[in-house]
Design a protein around this ligand. Structure first.
Ligand SMILES: [Zn+2]
Length: 198
């Protein structure tokens, strides 16, 4: 593995995996250092490592330092096989990201402030607030569609909704994802994800 020269960067998030290499969650560097200190890091898989300096040792005069890799597998049963297939929580930021900030009705690209969560089957008609019943819509389209289904409103959906899997959710939920972490997660993303095809 090629590991880049040690860098001291402002707090990247570290991607943790279970012992099988299945993506688990993001942790901050303090948490990653805890895993290293407790000898709970089984192996690492990232291209980056980050050095964190702690306090000075009074006896030796040396500063403590911990190096953490950008992707680490954590030992222990607690992680094995947990929650990879659990449906990630629905929120607007990840929804807009899933749909690449494209309105599902007019196809326009918008910034988050101009987007809304549209319930394909409206709540008022028994629709649920779940990944499979929501798409990103611009304010104008959402207003036009109002409390109607696309059929009732005569509006066609440009893409079909889907449930992001855990790996995709991890991609969607980190704003400062590193290239090696992105590569790793992309390999675990569902075939139907728009993130798989760039
Ligand atoms: Zn629109």
């Amino acid at each position: 593995m090629n590991v880049s020269p040690e860098t001291t960067l402002p707090s990247p998030l570290i991607l943790t995996l279970d012992m099988h290499g299945v993506p688990n969650r993001w942790v901050n560097w303090q948490h990653a250092c805890f895993y290293y200190a407790k000898n709970l890091v089984a192996w690492d898989a990232g291209q980056h490592r980050f050095v964190f300096h702690g306090g000075m040792n009074r006896l030796t005069g040396e500063r403590s330092r911990i190096v953490t890799n950008s992707i680490i597998a954590i030992k222990g049963k607690a992680f094995a096989g947990t929650s990879f297939n659990i449906v990630p929580p629905l929120n607007n930021r990840e929804l807009f990201h899933r749909d690449r900030h494209m309105c599902g009705y007019c196809g326009g690209d918008f910034s988050s402030v101009r987007l809304t969560r549209d319930h394909i089957v409206p709540i008022s008609q028994g629709g649920r607030d779940i990944w499979m019943n929501v798409v990103t819509a611009c304010r104008a389209c959402n207003q036009k569609k109002s409390g109607r289904t696309p059929e009732q409103a005569g509006m066609m959906l440009l893409y079909t909704p889907y449930i992001p899997n855990k790996a995709e959710y991890l991609i969607l939920s980190n704003r400062q994802i590193l290239a090696d972490q992105m590569d790793f997660l992309a390999r675990h993303v569902n075939a139907n994800s728009r993130w798989r095809h760039g």
